[in-house]
Design a protein around this ligand. Structure first.
Ligand code: GUN
Ligand code: ZN
Length: 429
């Protein structure tokens, strides 16, 4: 049966900029019906109720947004979220690598994937760009779990052939064989896509980076995900390891790893030449404010990136980040930019977590909006939960004020339901 939902519909028809509170690209359709076809796609949006052949869900007075897109998050790192007292490199050694090593066990990997995907849905996140581990079994588990839930997921085997514990190290030939087998099995299977995933420049040899670059160049429909310029000590180490590179980003560029389906997490310590390179290649930066604050990595300059024409999306980076909530991520993003003198609108934040991320992933036709033809990946929210948020909501005089309070004060308590491809996949307990 075809499904229809009534709520206050909020999405974007274009990029609303960083600080324009009155952008005409905000699409606000209060009390509208969203109609979903049998194929899980949005058919229409209309003010009047559809006929009896539609199964109607009336959520008048609630907010309906596109499902969130988290463009950088680590499935196995649920196990180390909120680990005390480290910066990036010792955090990896002390907490993260030992936890990831356990995912060689298929049972551990399978259980972790289910827990992780359900946790995303429980935050209203319907799409993600994900690091599993170096183990093929953890990639299989993640793709399999996403396929069962109908989620749009981009992921790939983590590549690490040096500077990692034995249990996490691969080699060039074995890694290439694994990538090829996984691409064959999963890339383009339903809503799944494969990303070549060199963890970061420090844990891959030049030969491994070159192998990944070759694969990416031979298959432009593949994605690439990695980390770049996150932390001072990391940047200095990469400069030592690649003395001939002009910059950290140049290591990836010179190995053929930058393209319009490349997602680079962090990018805090970049210069103008790097930003021009990102813009020209069409790669995007996944801004991870919670992680950058928690690990003390630094304050990403969104306005600078935007001025240079670089696409920026928002990401939780759990377990460096401390929450899978894109509400928390947006709120942290606002605060980080405030430190740099930029006051982001609620539109900028919400756009980066929905349509903006979709566009940067070249998936704008499928996710990130409430446009007919897009998949019905949806999150249904209460505007306010609890006396403080409810009081604040009641005093909001116009839409931006109301949405900004929802962004800053909301979280998973506000989430009523998450829909993926027209199916309800999470409901508030
Ligand atoms: N750099 C290399 N690996 C990681 C990781 O797992 N998390 C973060 N935040 N940065 C990294
Ligand atoms: Zn990360």
């Amino acid at each position: 049966m075809k499904t229809a939902l009534r709520a206050d519909l909020l999405d974007f028809t274009g990029d609303p900029g960083l600080d324009d509170l009155h952008s005409p690209l905000v699409r606000w359709r209060p009390g509208h019906w969203l109609l979903i076809g049998d194929d899980g796609r949005i058919v229409a949006v209309q003010p009047e109720a559809p006929g009896d052949d539609w199964q109607r869900h009336d959520h008048a007075g609630r907010l309906l947004t596109p499902g969130f897109i988290d463009t950088h998050v680590h499935c196995p790192q649920i196990d180390v979220i909120a680990s005390w007292g480290a910066q990036l490199l010792d955090w990896l050694e002390t907490y993260t690598f030992p936890a990831e090593a356990r995912h060689a066990d298929p049972a551990v990997a399978a259980e972790a994937a289910q827990r992780f995907l359900d946790a995303l849905l429980a935050q209203g996140t319907t799409s993600a760009v994900v690091f599993p581990t170096v183990h093929r079994t953890s990639v299989e588990a993640l793709f399999d779990g996403a396929a069962r839930r109908g989620m749009r997921l981009v992921a790939g085997k983590v590549l690490m052939d040096r500077h990692a514990p034995d249990a996490l190290r691969d080699d060039v030939a074995g890694a290439e064989a694994d990538c090829l087998a996984l691409i064959e099995r999963w890339h383009g299977h339903g809503r799944l896509a494969y990303a070549l995933t060199p963890r970061f420049a420090a844990t891959s040899t030049p030969e491994q980076l070159a192998m990944a670059g070759r694969l990416l160049q031979s298959r432009p429909d593949l994605y690439m995900q990695t980390h770049v310029a996150e932390n001072h000590a990391e940047v200095a180490w990469v400069a030592e390891l690649f003395p001939q590179a002009r910059s950290y980003l140049d290591v990836y560029a010179s190995h053929g790893l930058l393209g319009e389906r490349s997602v680079l997490a962090h990018g805090i310590w970049l210069d103008d030449i790097d930003r021009a390179l990102l813009r020209d290649s069409g790669a995007q930066i996944a801004f991870c404010p919670s992680s950058n604050l928690f690990l003390g990595s630094g304050l990403f300059g969104w306005a600078q990136a935007r001025a240079a024409g670089v696409a920026v999306s928002l990401a939780s980076d759990v377990g460096g980040g401390t929450s899978l909530s894109m509400h928390r991520t947006m709120a942290d993003g606002y605060k980080v930019q405030a430190m740099a003198g930029t006051r982001l609108s609620a539109w900028a934040l919400l756009h980066a977590a929905t349509r903006g991320a979709a566009q940067a992933l070249r998936l704008g036709h499928e996710i990130g909006s409430l446009e007919p033809g897009a998949m019905a990946d949806l999150a249904l929210w209460d505007w306010a939960v609890g006396p403080v948020a409810q009081r604040r909501d009641s005093l909001a005089r116009e839409l931006h004020e109301r949405v900004f309070a929802w962004v800053m004060l909301g979280d998973d308590r506000n989430l009523i339901e998450t829909w993926v491809g027209g199916q309800r996949r999470h409901a508030r307990p």
